[in-house]
Design a protein around this ligand. Structure first.
Ligand code: ADP
Ligand code: MG
Length: 280
């Protein structure tokens, strides 16, 4: 069995791209599950009112049940709404319910509206008995207040990019928004990782998209790409990651390799974050 290195301190990662359907949730769930399956202690926070990450990790999230919505609105702490993923004992989940769709308006007038998640996460990590190696936040497909909260709460961004014709369209806008968050709220924030998803090695287009993204962001894009496979898209309907649903399939293997590459970068990434912190 491959040994995954553990990061020296907790890595906090927001998985974002304002485009829908590019593989944010799939990548959050399966990177987290792959790391947890190799012994890392992982927390996934679902910040999308659709609750797809909650579904895929087997966390109950019916409307009205305790979720990240209650945390954002200050009714309880993150620790009060955590459940453990049934497939991996070291994978914890903070679910999102559809109620979260009301939060953006409900907290809009609070002076600390951008840092509600950051405050809750800091408090939780300080008080928790567990040490987490990775905290992933799955973002909704927008650049609204929930995403800003995620960007303020973390030190790293993971951007999934779908291998399709319009892949780079909208990326500029996302990078601009990250720049604004860096300028106003979170100067330490680092775009550490891009992951090309739904890659089809038989098509020239997929290879061209990969080449183009790689040439723009050579040190950020993972060498590993995620192939398009039916098992990856089936797994959520069984409330499972593909790591649990089809552990020997090419989807699970690809996410396993991406997670290993991601874990191996930890020393460099943490150093880059420290350098940003020093500069500000
Ligand atoms: P997002 O969170 O960015 O909206 P999702 O992760 O939900 O995107 O993915 C969008 C759709 O594509 C989902 O139905 C998902 O199951 C499917 N999907 C994602 N990655 C793959 C893949 N590598 N192979 C096949 N289907 C995929
Ligand atoms: Mg999603």
């Amino acid at each position: 069995k491959v040994v995954f290195p553990h990061p020296k301190r907790t890595r906090l990662i927001a998985v974002a791209n304002q485009k829908g359907g590019v593989g944010k949730t799939t990548s959050t769930v399966n990177m987290a599950a792959a790391l947890a399956s190799h012994g890392a202690q992982v927390l996934v926070i679902d910040m999308d009112p659709q609750g797809n990450a909650s579904t895929a990790l087997g966390a109950p999230h019916a409307s009205g049940s305790a979720s990240v919505y209650d945390v954002i609105e200050g009714r309880c702490g993150l620790g009060d709404v955590i459940s453990v993923c049934p497939d991996f004992s070291t994978l914890d989940v903070v679910p999102a319910s559809i109620d979260l769709s009301g939060a953006e308006l409900e907290v809009a007038d609070l002076p600390n509206r951008n840092t509600l998640l950051k405050e809750a996460l800091e408090q939780f990590l300080q008080q928790s008995d567990k040490h987490y190696d990775y905290v992933f936040i799955d973002c909704p497909p927008s650049l609204g207040l929930l995403v800003i909260n995620a960007m303020c709460a973390v030190t790293e961004m993971l951007i999934p990019i779908q291998a399709e014709y319009y892949a780079l369209e909208g990326l500029g806008q996302l990078i601009n928004t990250i720049g604004l968050v860096q300028e106003h709220f979170n100067p330490v924030l680092l775009v550490s990782t891009m992951l090309v998803t739904m890659f089809d090695r038989r098509t020239l287009l997929s290879r061209e998209v990969y080449g183009e993204v790689k040439s723009h962001y050579p040190n950020i894009v993972l060498d590993t790409t995620i192939p398009r496979t039916v098992k990856i898209s089936e797994a959520p309907s069984f409330s499972q990651s593909v790591i649990a649903y089809d552990p020997r399939g090419i989807g699970a293997i690809a996410y396993g390799e991406a997670a290993l590459e991601f874990a191996k970068r930890s020393p460099n990434v943490l150093e880059a974050i420290d350098a940003r912190r020093k500069a500000h």
